[in-house]
Design a protein around this ligand. Structure first.
Ligand SMILES: [Zn+2]
Length: 370
């Protein structure tokens, strides 16, 4: 991938901190680099990655530039790829994606909806690219998955190396310790019900919310590369025009005008933008990643806004700050201060639990009573 060339080798000093008390850091680092290289050598020999189209390559570059610009609005600075290596990125067909990203047999009976995966232990991500599709169609989907995984890679904090449990093939195990707000315990054994795994759901909600926002920013800046998405969105707006909001009536009028004059749809979006109405691609167009997790996140944000009098932007900034910069202290202070002691712990451990639901509701009633 050309995007990777700017950072030909990984700088473990910046990305990886190893924890293994009885072995010098330098040894562990060398060992890690050797293993990573071996992994990719084998990967290259056994897979047939698909080359993205020039248009898609351009969009990936655009995504890398756009992420810090979007974060700027939340006061999050220095969250960009200038201080860390870009992850390796691979587009794979179904067979390779199942084997290398999902570690599953192609004929699995499980329903697979995952389309992209970031693997922090090798600092790389894999995206599934269905065959037989006009290559530049659905650029928005590819971009959206790309942004989502880039955010995981950008918020990845630390790798830990420790002695493996007795009986395992390798003497050492490598695990991520923290990605975004997600915390992984020592000796984590890919058991998703491990009670020491924290903030998994919140982490996906934050990642996806930001991914949609970044993707929309890019689409609005380059409407011509997203004809499919824009056309779909215009249809959504037209269907909603029964609701007679000012924007949908405006879109309806413009569409009639354009049909008559035979002007392309991208001009319609320009005119919508010029009119001062926002034109965001509906999140349904992105095939709905983590809808439940995001809905919960929005409930939490709403409750915090009600209780603190802060704006959505300000509350989101707190979550994003923890996601990219690390300390959870400010977030804990606000969340527990507004919704009750121990709320952040509930968000970490039992995101969909009744206790949390109850607390979020209490905020609603209190507001109504005042
Ligand atoms: Zn994710």
């Amino acid at each position: 991938m050309p995007t990777e060339d700017q950072h030909p080798s990984i700088d473990p000093d910046r990305l990886h901190r190893f924890r293994l008390p009885d072995v010098p850091d330098e040894t562990i680092r060398r060992e890690y680099e050797t293993c990573r290289k071996k992994y990719f050598d084998e990967f290259q020999a056994n897979t047939h990655p698909i080359k993205p189209t020039p248009e898609q390559e351009q969009l990936i570059k655009e995504a890398i530039q756009q992420i810090p610009r979007t974060l700027d609005a939340y006061g999050i600075l220095n969250a960009d790829f200038s201080q860390r290596p870009l992850p390796k990125m691979f587009f794979l067909d179904r067979k390779d994606f199942y084997k290398y990203a999902l570690h599953k047999e192609l004929n699995t009976r499980e329903m697979v909806t995952v389309r992209a995966i970031y693997d922090s232990t090798i600092h790389a991500f894999f995206m599934y690219l269905p065959k037989g599709r006009k290559r530049n169609e659905r650029n928005e989907e590819i971009l959206h998955h790309n942004v989502h995984e880039l955010l995981h890679a950008l918020s990845f904090r630390r790798l830990q190396v420790y002695k493996s449990k007795p009986g395992l093939e390798y003497g050492r195990t490598v695990d991520p310790q923290r990605t975004g707000v997600r915390m992984v315990p020592w000796g984590y054994d890919t058991q998703t019900d491990d009670p020491h795994l924290k903030f998994t759901d919140l982490n996906e909600a934050i990642t996806e919310d930001l991914a949609i926002e970044v993707t929309n920013n890019i689409i609005n800046a380059h409407p011509d590369q997203f004809r499919h998405a824009i056309l779909g969105q215009i249809h959504v707006l037209l269907r909603r025009s029964r609701l007679k909001t000012a924007r949908t009536i405006f879109v309806q009028d413009k569409e009639k005008e354009l049909e008559k004059d035979g002007v392309p749809y991208s001009e319609l979006t320009d005119r919508i933008a010029q009119s001062g109405y926002s034109f965001n691609i509906d999140e349904n167009m992105f095939k709905q990643n983590y809808p439940k997790e995001r809905k919960r996140f929005h409930h939490i944000i709403d409750a915090l806004c009600r209780r603190t009098g802060k704006t959505q932007q300000e509350i989101k900034a707190l979550f994003y700050g923890a996601y990219f910069l690390g300390p959870l202290r400010d977030l804990a202070k606000t969340v527990d201060g507004a919704i009750g002691k121990g709320t952040l712990r509930l968000i970490a451990d039992d995101y969909f639990g009744d206790a949390l639901t109850e607390r979020l509701k209490q905020g609603e009633t209190n507001k109504k009573n005042t």
